[in-house]
Design a protein around this ligand. Sequence first.
Ligand code: AGP
Length: 366
Amino acid sequence: ADYDLGGYEHFLRKEIGEQPEAVERCISGRIDERFSTVKLGGLNLEPHDLRAIKRVHILGCGSAYYSGEVGAHLIESLARIPATAEAASEYRYRNPVIDPNGLYIAVSQSGETADTLAAVEELTRKGARVLGVINQVGSAIARSNNGGIYIHAGPEVSVASSKSFTSTCVAFAMLAIHLGRIRDLSPADGDRMITALRELPAKIAAILEQEDQIEEAAGWLAGFENAMFIGRVRGYPIAREGAQKIKEVAYLHAEAYQAAELKHGPLALICPEMPVVAVVADDELAEKQRSTLHEIKARQGPILAIAHETLPTELAERTIVVPRTEPELDPILMNIPLQLLAYHAARALGRDIDKPRNLAKSVTVE
Ligand code: AGP
């Protein structure tokens, strides 16, 4: 039945709709109430090894790489370990220095992406500790790792990823909580995060209920030739993923920028013909976000905001309101409207949504 459209017009839409259950499966059996933390059975690393880690290096390609960027922010904020993500397709060719105190994490839905596999093989050959965050059980990348986390998203048929992206971010949130709780994260913060994780499926379902409004915004966006996606700090990987999704399925040219970088160049592009999709959580950077929106408005750039209910309505032409969660998890919820936006823009433009031109589900050749 997973390979069946089940009444939907496209697998992408079906898989976007499956996210509440996919997230539920990802966290199921992994919450440890008693110690305000999570249990990750597949890591194959003892707490004292995990405590010795000085840096986390995350590798993946495309959307898997962007989900790794979400993961890097989660690990830095909750575990206070420096963490970065890099495209595996670059990493494998640049003869990197292997960090003896580092933990390497390969991210892949299929577990078969050639560039990611090559990066893992190179790391393993050089003695690095590599974990995987993988969907396909028993896949090549899963087999070449020292251990890791299966995301249990279920089969993903659409070439464009949706539920695997979300579930990977959830798996990183769990890893970050785990690494945090064996270091400095307090039991109260552990509880705060596990409660928020538990509430994610219902909140994702509530966002899916706003489909009509998102479809309307997508129809509007589909009328432009270009779009800019912006986000700040933890919102930036989502801007990248949102731009990627709309390029992939709607063939609409889109670029993602860190909001604060606009004034260093791309602000020159802002005009009535350049819509801006802005990821603007009401978090510790809310004031900065609002001033960016003012700068765009002053140049007549039309804005579609993905925001919390507190965003003043006059700051954006259109706003999709997303439920609140803990700020660290905002990107997970804010990405859901971006998926529907890409889907409905592609539909409005009559694209081949499940099999976009020139793309393959998993890139197993160079
Ligand atoms: C996402 O929509 C794309 N299909 C693509 O960027 C994908 O995430 C990338 O090719 C990596 O695939 P993997 O997760 O199977 O390794």
